[in-house]
Design a protein around this ligand. Structure first.
Ligand code: AMP
Length: 223
């Protein structure tokens, strides 16, 4: 029986948290919990929660801790994470980290490092498929046809918070509120800090190596 693995992935906007969380989750059969993706889904499908968070998400500010805590709690309460999970975009401040550590023990924190000048270049070239949510980047991962998703043909759009004003808010919050979370984790948890500038596969391999994960993941047994 494989161990249950519980990870948090942290890093400034555009550092590739979502990409690396997805690669890790796919390889080790983990649930990928992205609070930002959950909020974007609610906004896109006009749910009550979507209406509550739409303005805050679009301006790049942080959604209130109680709402965020309930989203994380509800998602993890589904208990569909037999092999574990990787949490992305949470915790964003010390209060969220303390709430989280009361309920879950964490096996490792992945901290992706990217200089601020590279953040702007990456974030402003990011595009998202309006239908299937796939991520593109006009520098590193261009679609074959301009503004169209290679997989489903959906229209590529900018995230509502990928603009210079919202990015400035998000960077300010990151340095003021999220960095202290990394310092708190460094005192309590196993943190691996990883350079986020190389290509995504190289970063993934480095994460696997530093977390001492098995290189060859055996296929999950079929029932
Ligand atoms: P992300 O995709 O992680 O960049 O999140 C997009 C937006 O969702 C953020 O700019 C916030 O408005 C909101 N959000 C995501 N995660 C959190 C969190 N842990 N705490 C507060 N707001 C969050």
């Amino acid at each position: 029986m494989d161990p249950v693995r519980k990870y948090v992935i942290m890093g400034v906007q555009g550092s590739g948290k979502g990409t690396q969380a997805k690669l890790l989750a796919a390889r080790y059969d983990l649930v990928h919990l992205s609070v930002g993706d959950i909020f974007r889904w609610h906004v896109q499908f006009h749910t009550k929660l979507g209406a509550q968070v739409k303005r805050v998400v679009a301006t790049g500010e942080l959604v209130g801790d109680d709402l965020v805590a309930s989203v994380v709690q509800e998602r993890l309460a589904l208990h569909d994470w037999n092999y574990g999970f990787v949490v992305d975009g949470f915790p964003r401040n010390v209060a969220q980290a303390e709430f989280f550590l009361e309920s879950y023990d964490i096996d490792g924190v992945i901290n992706l490092l990217l200089p601020d000048d590279e953040v702007e270049r990456r974030v402003l070239s990011r595009r998202l498929c309006s239908q299937c949510g796939l991520d593109y980047n006009l520098i590193a991962h261009r679609p074959h046809e301009e503004d169209r998703c290679d997989v489903c043909g959906g229209r590529l759009v900018l995230r509502s918070d990928d603009n210079p004003e919202a990015l400035a808010n998000r960077l300010r919050d990151y340095h003021a509120k999220t960095k202290p979370v990394i310092e708190l984790f460094e005192r309590k948890e196993f943190v691996v800090s990883i350079d986020a500038t190389p290509a995504k596969d190289a970063i993934h391999n480095e994460i696997v190596r530093r977390l001492e994960l098995p290189e060859h993941q055996p296929a999950a047994p079929t029932p």
